[in-house]
Ligand binder design. Sequence first.
Ligand SMILES: [Zn+2]
Length: 330
Amino acid sequence: MLICSNCFNDVELQIAVSNESSAWGICEACGQESYVVDANIFVDFFKELLLLFQPDKEGMGIVNLLQKDWNIFVDGEVGKNIIDYFLSLDNYGYTLKDKVGYIDSIKSIVSVWNTIKKEVREEKRFFANLSFFDGNDMIEANTMIPKDTVLYRARIIPLERTYLTKNDMGCPPRGKATAGRANPLGIPYLYLCKNEETTYYEVRALYLDKLAIGEFKTIKDLNILDFTSTLSLYYAYSNSTISLSEVIAKQKVLQLISKDLSKPLRRYDSELEYVPTQLICEYCKINGIDGICFNSSLHKGGVNVVLFDSSAAKCVKVQSREIRDVLISR
Ligand SMILES: [Zn+2]
């Protein structure tokens, strides 16, 4: 089967196809005219990948699952064409039409996060068993925010004030900080956003609210665990010292934690809801990580940055804004 780089969203697969292809022709998976290669150059990768799934009544089609978790193919149709070809080469115990899930060894690792969550909410909190994270480099910095990076934070200007100053823009003092997804009650972390617009949503500004927007600069290079980073499975397969199944299990756990971090805070939430993600942040902190990035639940595409040391970024400028337009959609 001839495939081309347009078949993939996974950048590393695109590069691998481009490097290998010299023949011009019609791609048999997506139908486009392009440089094409024989799909068999990826036979080992897809074999190792497809062996990580098994029939599962609660699951979904193999292509949907691969797309949802790993965004490998340009779309589902192309994914079906390519996976159908690789499934036909071996017996995997399932077909394109069957519902599948991950194999038990991956499922059991992924379930550890749910076990930890239940334990710290309902059984024991301060001596939670995190030995699982100790052994396998699961929680480690994966990016760096360089010194002098600009990040933003907003506050709604109270009615009795006309503007706020740089000193007003930091986090609440120790002991006064309310609990959030990242920080426990009383221990302030600095919540920032990568772009200004996200801050309007994060403070839940309303029509005609006046906002103070603080521009913060990081005072040093910061080691960050970025939950928004996506992983190329093909890159991990080609470069990692651990097996593809370990890579997938690790990344799935990070995806679950990330999802919990990005759940919006609701008025009627119990603070117990936040304990597991607070625990992860504290675990990051004691392991030399300066902060985390995760997707904003309130602004699509927005990214939040939480710094555990509230003095790691300084407010350098404050600007006032008024909310003139609010879009509400379902
Ligand atoms: Zn193609």
